[in-house]
Design a protein. Structure first.
Lengths: 261, 698
């Protein structure tokens, strides 16, 4: 975490000066954040890097297959369980949004944190609660002890839905930490460890990777994780696709060609 | 209160338009779901029985379980209870359940269940959003089909919701989820006894006619959305259990022995995703995903690029077979010469129409079959008093007209057939003749025979000694019958029966629990008494109180492990104890199932149940069984799979079986009534007192 004890004490002072109410984000507008930046001593209130400063890349990412997800929400419940000890969709840091009446593939939207190369949550947090955890693979995290609940990170996340998640129980923001801090799980998380959503997904539709996904495409994290076993279930993404098993079956049924005279 | 519960149950009186709360703790000894529902029903109206299903005193009880809202595999079904207008000859205190995500949202909103009593004077719906419950005007929704009604209610609940984004429900509590709505359709509004409750496009509470109970109360729907959570007593143990359970799942990337189990012949029973939808299995395939109920690791459903037959399975995806569609082999010839791609499409849309009208597929199927029999028999038709006047069968027009007439009760035909097959036969004065002959196989309480009562006897006995079709495929039907029927069983009959017996605690010292032969350890034996008792107890606790899916549980054997052992009986108490913090054994919870079954039985007795009513129609004793069942049997001292073709049940032996079953369960064998000793041992003294006051104590 950037800043030492001194910085923290200065942040406390800053928090006293600017309460959570001063930073409440409503209707997409951020009230008082600019005022904060303008009036608070830089060292105390803006431990976040200046915008445009290159941050070390995360050493872990969650990629997923939006066509493979079955919408069981096991990943969401695993997330809230391992982090908070309860099962709650609203507290989950990965969101699966679905419409039962919808058309495949837009009936489901998978929404895990992207561990952005340039994370707006970190860049814009007025008190440095959102930070790059250099001790744990440069994961973009939120320190709930420092979070003042201003919701700037919710508003600044460019994704829909925003991947920073409001914890209404604590009145703080939260986000995916790749399971570094999972007090309710016997496994070690983080890069090099395990992730609850990855481990529990019965469709194996979420995968941890160390290499940064394609940032130029908006769906660079949404990849094909299906193999022929999946196709053989009859689950195709285009009517032109013939599952290998069905193709083999059709071939076997085809009458043998007549011998040439 | 221990983990898994939110602590309160909503009580909504539609007559007085008031909402109150029942403390869940008062009923914790019944586990949840069905157990709590039965106890609440007894407490609130037990002393007023008997009365009719459309009486405002009837209750609709919709209970969650401690597992609802958690990732317990294959749990979270919503148990619906109350007097069932679809049951016959008495509208028994019945139950039906549906999957999806209704109970999850109910729990997240902070409720362990909802009890609806009374009847409104105008159409209403119930709006549950976190701890707020409102009775809303259904103006503009009453009369809608179930799909439109659910989507309109979602818009009314959360007008601020934009799909794919966070929405604030209240007080800085956010969700990305769409409200979960359960509703009746036009069939329920018009009191058709075939009427189901629909949640989503394909989740039905299809049995008992609860859609019509909604209709009788002028209740269109209940919506639930919540932002809270479910407390877990031991989160680490629960997470460990969930990951341990992966060994019993179909590995989607690397399935075990795919050459044996990946084929369509195994698709319903191998545990693989999407196999439940049988209307999209032929080329060209409609692009689709596997779709799961909340918490289910299997995902037996589909959602299609065409959005037809979304989340429908089995009969819900193939009742209407248009141009030969359904069962993965749509059309492609036959009389209509309809292209396969079109017959598949129309078949899916035909089944969606059934869901839109809010008709229960299983009873609609029985009723349609009986209508066609009566047409062939010359009872219905041109120039007769009842003329269905339906287009040619197998066409979309046929199904559209049939469903409309039954749902809207159009004409004499709609009035009569909307009563469902049993009461239709009764009103025609043909019930005894047609049911005893097997012309219409309404084998148990007005619900149709599902599998051979002569051969697959635990299903028949379990239904007869219950109040409707047992409808629990995973007890023995999928793992045994369909495994053997596949032609390539992965276990011999001896191996399968051994693993089954070992899993069926507390009767696991009996090697012959699943012997379906006619020998001394077969279908009339004490072993079968124990199997049927086990089925009823499992049904009442794990499936009923735990909200388990009957397609998933129990799991005594599986193709997904090396030794073929399933998750039962290790998984159930491991998960239950982790969630609730209790320390019970599998046997402890099965005894709770016994208690719940006994309470149900007491309620049926208050409605007039007697052992003399628990008899099969004559055809079960007089007509030989056809094919279809393949089950383990001991024949000439050796285990084998056999269909039991040609078998008839013996009346005297069945009656003797019943006598021993009643005694085994602690009931009076002369009348089947629970005894005071049994009830008091189960801490049900007040039930014994009420039965005694009505001269119904065993």
């Amino acid at each position: 975490m950037p800043g030492g004890k001194k910085a923290e004490s200065e942040e406390v002072a800053a928090k006293k000066k600017f309460s959570r109410r001063d930073f409440i984000v409503t209707g997409g507008a951020i009230a008082a954040v600019d005022a904060l930046i303008a009036t608070t001593p830089a060292k105390a209130a803006i431990p976040s890097p200046a915008k445009g400063t290159a941050l070390p890349e995360s050493k872990g990412y969650l990629i997923y297959d939006g066509k493979k997800c079955a919408g069981c929400t096991t990943c969401m419940l695993s997330c809230s369980l391992t982090h908070y000890g309860v099962q709650s969709l609203s507290l989950s840091r990965i969101q699966i949004i679905q419409d039962s009446f919808g058309k495949f593939p837009t009936d489901i939207k998978m929404a895990p944190c992207r561990q952005c190369k340039t994370p707006p949550c970190v860049e814009n947090c007025p008190v440095g609660a959102a930070y790059v955890d250099t001790k744990n693979g440069n994961i973009r995290r939120i320190d709930s002890k420092k979070c003042i609940g201003c919701r700037t990170c919710l508003a600044m996340c460019p994704q829909q839905p925003h991947r920073t998640v409001w914890n209404h129980v604590e009145g703080k923001s939260s986000k995916c930490d790749l399971c570094v801090d999972t007090p309710h799980w016997n496994e070690k998380g983080g890069p090099g460890g395990k992730q609850a959503c990855v481990e529990s997904c019965p469709m194996k539709a979420i995968k941890f990777v160390a290499q940064m996904p394609d940032q130029t495409e908006t769906d660079g994290y949404d990849v094909n994780l299906r193999n022929d076993y999946w196709l053989n279930l009859g689950l195709v993404e285009s009517s032109t696709i013939i599952p290998p098993a069905m193709a083999a079956q059709a071939k076997a049924k085809k009458p043998a060609p007549k011998p040439k005279e | 209160m221990s983990g898994g519960y939110t602590g309160k149950i909503a009580r909504v009186n539609l007559t007085t338009k008031t909402v109150s709360t029942i403390e869940t703790a008062k009923y914790e000894e019944f586990g949840g779901g069905h157990g709590m529902g039965s106890a609440i029903f007894f407490d609130l109206v037990g002393d007023q029985l008997p009365f009719e299903a459309f009486d405002p005193r009837n209750l609709v009880i919709m209970m969650a379980s401690p597992f609802s809202g958690t990732f317990m595999p294959g749990s979270g079904r919503c148990e619906v209870q109350g007097l069932g207008p679809g049951l016959y000859p008495v509208e028994w205190f019945g139950h039906s359940n549906f999957g999806g995500r209704f109970t999850s949202q109910l729990k997240f909103a902070g409720w362990d269940g909802i009890v609806v009593e009374g009847a409104s004077d105008k159409p209403v719906w119930i709006n549950i959003a976190d701890d707020k419950i409102k009775i809303e005007d259904a103006n503009g929704i009453w009369g809608m089909d179930t799909y439109d009604a659910q989507q309109e209610i979602s818009r009314r609940v959360m007008p601020q919701m934009r799909y794919g984004e966070w929405a604030e429900l209240a007080n800085s509590c956010f969700t990305t989820q769409i409200p979960a709505v359960v509703c009746c359709g036009p069939a329920g509004e018009n009191l058709s006894r075939i009427a189901a409750l629909l949640h989503g496009p394909g989740s039905q509470a299809a049995l008992c006619g609860f859609g019509a109970v909604f209709g009788s109360k002028k209740l269109k729907a209940i919506s639930a959305i919540g932002t809270g959570g479910v407390p877990i007593a031991d989160p680490k143990a629960f997470m460990d259990a969930r990951l341990w359970f992966r060994q019993f799942q179909w590995d989607v990337d690397n399935p075990r022995e795919p050459e044996k189990f990946a084929g369509r012949g195994y698709s319903l029973i191998n545990g693989a995703p999407s196999g439940g939808n049988v209307s999209n299995g032929s080329l060209p395939l409609v692009p689709a995903r596997a779709a799961a109920c909340a918490s289910c690791p299997r995902g037996c459903r589909m959602r299609l690029a065409s959005a037809d037959s979304n989340e429908s399975v089995c009969a819900g995806s193939m009742f209407a077979r248009i141009g030969g569609g359904g069962f993965g082999a749509p059309g492609g010839g036959g009389a209509s010469a309809m292209p396969a791609i079109l017959s598949g499409k129309l078949t899916r849309q035909g089944n969606d129409l059934m869901h839109r009208y809010g008709l229960g597929h299983w009873q609609l199927m029985a009723t349609q079959g009986y209508i066609q029999f009566l047409e062939r028999a010359g009872v219905f038709g041109k120039g007769k008093e009842i003329d269905p006047d339906l287009p040619p069968s197998g066409t979309f027009a046929y199904y559209e007209a049939l469903m409309r007439k039954l749902s809207l009760r159009e004409g004499k035909f709609g009035q009569l057939a909307g009563e469902a097959a049993a009461r239709m036969a009764d009103k025609l004065g043909r019930y005894k003749e047609d049911v005893n002959s097997g012309n219409v196989r309404l084998t148990y309480w007005g619900t149709q025979e599902h599998y051979s009562s002569q051969v697959e006897v635990e299903w028949g006995f379990g239904s007869l000694l219950g109040e409707r079709d047992l409808m629990l495929h995973q007890m023995a039907n999928y793992p045994l019958h369909w495994m053997a029927a596949s032609g390539a069983p992965y276990l011999t009959a001896e191996e399968a029966s051994k693993l089954y017996a070992e899993a069926m605690i507390p009767y696991n010292d009996d090697r012959y629990l699943v012997d379906y032969g006619e020998g001394p350890t077969g279908v009339y034996s004490d072993s079968k008494v124990k199997q049927v008792a086990w089925v009823k107890h499992y049904e009442k606790f794990w499936v009923g109180a735990g909200g388990f899916c009957g397609w998933r549980w129990p799991q005594c054997i599986t193709n997904n492990t090396a030794d073929r052992r399933g998750a039962t009986p290790q998984a159930e108490p491991r998960f239950w104890n982790a969630v609730t913090g209790k320390k019970g054994t599998f046997a402890d919870y099965m005894e709770l199932g016994h208690k719940i079954y006994t309470l149900d039985r007491a309620i049926w007795v208050l409605q007039g149940r007697h052992r003399n009513m628990e008899v099969f129609p004559d055809y079960v004793y007089d007509k030989p069984a056809g094919g279809g069942s393949e089950l383990p049997m001991v024949v000439d001292g050796a285990w084998k799979y056999d269909g039991g073709r040609g078998r008839k049940l013996d009346r005297d032996k069945v009656e003797d079986f019943k006598t021993r079953f009643y005694k085994f369960e602690g009931y009076n064998s002369e009348n089947g009534f629970p005894t005071r000793a049994t009830l008091e041992k189960m801490n049900l003294k007040k039930v014994a007192d009420l039965l005694q006051s009505k001269s119904k104590l065993g």
